[in-house]
Design a protein around this ligand. Structure first.
Ligand code: CU
Length: 503
């Protein structure tokens, strides 16, 4: 459980402490100055109150590889990875001037935020691409409290893999009481021999299998950061999975953290039953961690998704005096966000069938044989042979109801009436996990494989296991065209995409 980490550079600890301290401020929108030591260019270092609401996309560099000697060229928001941490209070307006200083078009998508369609940041669907040298102003009201994040939505497999993402924290009116708060943006990096980001994006193998996985896992761009905690301390951790494709299976090393929010939205506080917490790309999870009052040594949080390929995540090192004699009993439950409750009795019901990828044929057959997929519905689904053809040409590796919405021109997956309650049945007829993300709304995950979920959790991105069938329910109350896609970015590139139209 104890893990010594004597080589850790002090400035990194300072950085993490700064990040925690920043969260305690009540400023309308705060940035965290000097977010990353080792950043040599970029304007974030010069941030002042006058330009807090600018986000500038530009190349920079970051020290990702432990040891401090190697700088990796990255693309950033405001010069650092992660980009500037944005904090607002629930109900406040977010006004961000986004300036693109990259050599290619970009945009900002505000992941999980229920905002007007024109602010959703999806070039080709909700706005024009923001060309090099151009500025686009994003304006919306932060209606829901919670943990959100921002990233481009054009050439996303490349731009995110190069480091373009940041957190948007919307503070509750009545926050819970904790000793410290952390925001952890968890990522993985595929690097070349000289520490450069491997420029092979959307490779055929990645697209057809698990997506682009990187060998170096970081939290706020630091590999296995060392964070000092005190016995009895209560911390809130807002985790954001910013990886292109990596699903983390988090082992909390004997701690019993309470999950209090998923994708920003409150959930009945509980310690998850499973030995590891499955944490998919795009999703967020807020945990309250009580450091035991008699703790010594430390807690080495690990990712155990792949057997034999564990990744260290964070080392919580116990240090200092006991903070209290008994674990805090303060309230953990967060107040609900103002989400519209779907009417399940009268809901419109639709199916989404995901097929394709490597080794998926057996899964599809199994689901048909067990009656989970309706034979008649299958009529519209293209054959596996066509899927293989698609792989040769780069398109149609993955399909949604037999379509490749990333390349076809056949309009929305569904035309929904504004205000309509919807229940979608999502069937994963592939051999791979898929986190499916709906823009502009939150949905309840109401069942998995026919069994009602215990917490009826609100999410905007739902992880679906191979051969699993999930029902989601929501009110289509937000007019516009909203993406509904896999957040494994290479899968989206390969066809696991599409949008719904609410009008
Ligand atoms: Cu996927």
């Amino acid at each position: 459980m104890t893990k010594s980490n004597t080589a850790r550079h002090p400035s990194r600890r300072q950085f993490l402490q700064t990040l925690a301290a920043g969260s305690a401020t009540a400023a309308i929108m705060t940035t965290v100055p000097n977010m990353m030591p080792g950043v040599v260019t970029g304007r974030a270092q010069a941030a002042s109150p006058a330009n807090l609401r600018n986000l500038v996309a530009a190349p920079s560099s970051a020290n990702l590889i432990p040891g401090g000697a190697i700088q990796t060229p990255v693309w950033t928001f405001n010069g650092s990875v992660p980009g500037t941490l944005l904090r607002v209070k629930q109900g406040e307006d977010v006004n961000v001037a986004f300036e693109n200083r990259l050599d290619e078009p970009s945009s900002i998508h505000w992941h999980g935020v229920r905002l007007p369609n024109a602010m959703d940041g999806v070039p080709g669907l909700t706005q024009k691409p923001v060309a090099p040298g151009e500025t686009f102003e994003y304006r919306f009201t932060a209606r829901d409290a919670g943990t959100y994040w921002y990233h481009p939505h054009i050439n996303a497999p490349t731009q995110l893999a190069r480091g373009m993402y940041g957190a948007l924290i919307v503070e509750e009116d009545d926050p819970i009481s904790v000793d410290r708060e952390f925001v952890w943006l968890i990522d993985d990096w595929r690097l070349g021999a000289n520490g450069e980001i491997d420029p092979t994006f959307n490779g055929g193998h990645d697209v057809g299998h698990a997506g682009r996985l990187g060998e170096l896992v970081t939290v706020n761009s630091v590999h296995n950061p060392d964070i000092a905690v005190r016995p009895g301390e209560r911390i809130r951790v807002r985790m954001i999975n910013t990886a292109n494709a990596r699903i983390f299976a988090i082992d909390f090393a004997g701690l019993a953290p309470h999950l209090i929010a998923l994708d920003g939205h409150p959930i009945t506080p509980h310690v998850p039953d499973e030995p590891v917490f499955l944490f998919a790309p795009g999703t967020r999870a807020d945990f309250v961690i009580d450091v035991p009052v008699d703790a010594t040594g430390g807690f080495a949080l690990l990712d155990r998704f792949f057997d034999g390929l564990e990744n260290p995540l964070v080392n919580l090192r116990v240090q200092g005096d006991r903070m209290r004699d008994e674990i805090s009993t303060a309230r953990m439950a967060l107040s609900a966000n103002p989400l519209p409750e779907p009417d399940l009795q009268n809901a419109r019901r639709e199916q989404l069938l995901y097929t394709g990828g490597m080794m998926g044929g057996g899964v599809l057959r199994h689901l048909v044989e067990t009656g989970k997929i309706d034979q008649g519905f299958l009529g519209g689904v293209r054959s596996m042979a066509q899927s293989m053809m698609g792989m040769m040409t780069g398109g149609g590796v993955w399909m949604v109801n037999g379509r490749d919405p990333e390349r076809d021109d056949n309009g929305p997956l569904f035309d929904l009436k504004a205000g309509e309650s919807c229940v979608f049945t999502l069937t994963n007829a592939t051999a791979w996990y898929h986190p499916i993300h709906l823009h502009g709304h939150a949905f309840r995950v109401i069942s998995r494989d026919g069994t009602p979920t215990r917490y009826q959790e609100w999410q905007d991105t739902v992880l679906i296991a191979p051969a699993e069938q999930v029902e989601i329910a929501f009110v289509a109350d937000n007019p516009g065209d909203w993406m509904l896609h896999c957040h494994i970015l290479e899968h989206k590139f390969g066809g696991m995409s599409g949008f719904v139209r609410v009008a």
